[in-house]
Design a protein around this ligand. Structure first.
Ligand code: ACO
Length: 428
């Protein structure tokens, strides 16, 4: 029998249906609330509001669980394969060998940028923020490629997804090369996804960058761990823009803009800046914790806290382990890793963080791992975006194949002036 909850409004009692998710999460369906009572709900940051049903990613924030299409994230850690995970997120199941091979060859076939798009880089100032370049260039893909996609047609959607997932890495690498005034390095069709990105970033003419397996695996892991995270800020942005039937390129470009913010994907840059300041003596770990707790100070302990996780973010755990592994393999030490460990320990023993259940999130250790690969700080959030792209595409597709999807249009509680007359200029 359909579970319901009763709501008493004045002398009226209404019954609202309860929706139950696969893992037992319950939601009160209020879609008829305004019709039945004239009232709306108030939930400004949507912390208690489910905006869709989704089959892509499951998070249990209290237990620290993250699963893609039902598979625990930890199971991708030993042999991370970003391309396989991307296909699975978009199409709903693990690909068979021929499906993965076909998708990989579509990625290879789409790795170049149209020359017109490439020439646009000539007009970008060298110090332009790479996230701005990424967003603009993803949007500009519709200058050169068909923008009206039919998500029901699996074949054309697969091509569109491959086009985006492949080109994003070329755009990212070109923006880095532009910032250094170095010649663009074209993609190498013989290299796998992550190795090819590193090649475009770091090879120089006549000297190919040699990708070590540890670095390739670590980059795969970074991309896999960022690949989807249900209805976070940037994904909700992609869905909001997509709900107006904006094309996939425009929707993902909007996602990049949301991700850029320091409270979201931009936090990985803030973490490294914070650790650097401590390392250079500008601030001690104690100062940092004190400033984060001070409500009159806008400073936050970056890489800590999460809207959904009230436990250790499982992605942070895997990234921390990978930092140790990669730095040991490279026989390198990073003082920032030691500082991060100390900061984590201090925060996890501080009542402020304990009471509020603030733990390291994905951004706390990802920067240290990216640094070990030689990726510069201003490219960290771009790497996050490369990783997150399959999730955005999967969510955009899920939304578009669902016939019940309507344009996303929240309501508000108006608190401005009551009706008042227009005052002509001479009377003001
Ligand atoms: N440092 C200090 N205090 C914090 C932090 C932090 N990093 N995070 C949360 N708090 C405090 C809040 O001020 C609030 O305090 P109060 O109860 O005294 O008012 C309390 O903890 C609860 O905060 P939440 O409601 O859980 O925070 P919210 O869900 O609004 O924000 C967010 C989540 C934005 C991630 C926040 O934790 C934060 O700013 N963290 C630092 C930035 C960061 O690392 N962002 C990356 C998140 S992961 C991602 O987007 C990829």
């Amino acid at each position: 029998m359909q579970e319901t909850v009763k709501l008493i409004v004045g002398d009226q009692t209404i019954e609202l249906p309860v929706i139950v998710g696969t893992e037992g999460e319950r939601a009160i369906d209020i879609t008829k609330l305004r019709d039945q009572t004239g009232m709306i709900t108030y939930d400004p940051s949507l912390g208690n509001t489910g905006v869709c049903r989704s089959e892509i990613t499951f998070i249990d924030g209290e237990k620290g669980i993250l699963r893609y299409r039902g598979i625990p994230i930890e199971q991708f850690a030993d042999h991370p394969n970003f391309v396989e995970v991307a296909w699975m997120l978009i199409f709903g199941r693990l690909p068979k060998p021929d499906e993965l091979a076909r998708f990989s060859s579509l990625l290879t076939a789409n790795e170049l940028l149209h020359e017109g798009l490439k020439h646009q880089f000539d007009h970008i100032p060298p110090d332009a923020p790479p996230m701005a370049i990424l967003s603009a260039t993803l949007n500009n893909l519709s200058f050169y490629h068909e923008q009206f996609l039919s998500p029901q047609d699996e074949e054309s959607f697969e091509l569109a997804a491959a086009r985006l997932i492949s080109k994003v890495r070329t755009i990212a690498a070109f923006s880095y090369r532009r910032s250094l005034g170095l010649p663009f390095i074209y993609p190498d069709p013989n290299l796998r996804y992550c190795a090819n990105f590193l090649h475009m970033m770091f090879s120089i003419p006549f000297q190919q960058y040699i990708v070590t397996p540890e670095i390739e695996d670590a980059l795969n892991l970074v991309f896999v761990l960022h690949a989807d995270h249900e209805q976070n800020c940037s994904t909700s942005t992609v869905r909001t823009v997509g709900s107006a039937r904006a094309n996939l390129f425009a929707s993902c470009a909007a996602g990049v803009c949301a991700l850029w913010g320091p409270l979201h994907g931009g936090a990985n840059v803030e973490v490294i800046d914070m650790l650097e300041r401590i390392h250079q003596g500008g601030m001690s770990p104690e100062d940092c914790i004190r400033a984060a707790k001070d409500k009159s100070n806008p400073f936050r302990l970056f890489g800590f806290g999460h809207r959904v996780y009230k436990n250790y973010d499982p992605r942070a755990k895997l990234l921390k382990a990978s930092c140790d592994k990669v730095l040991a393999k490279l026989r390198r030490q990073d003082p920032l890793l030691d500082i991060a460990r100390k900061l984590e320990e201090a925060a996890l023993n501080d009542p402020y963080f304990v009471e509020r259940k603030l733990y390291p999130n994905v951004d706390f250790y990802s920067g240290i791992l990216l640094r070990a690969m030689g990726i510069p700080t201003n490219m960290f959030t771009v790497c996050f975006a490369i990783g997150r792209l399959p999730g955005w595409i999967a969510q955009w597709r899920e939304q578009h194949v669902d016939a019940s999807t309507r344009i996303l249009r929240p309501r508000q509680v108006y608190t401005g002036p009551a009706e008042s007359p227009y005052v002509p200029m001479e009377d003001r």
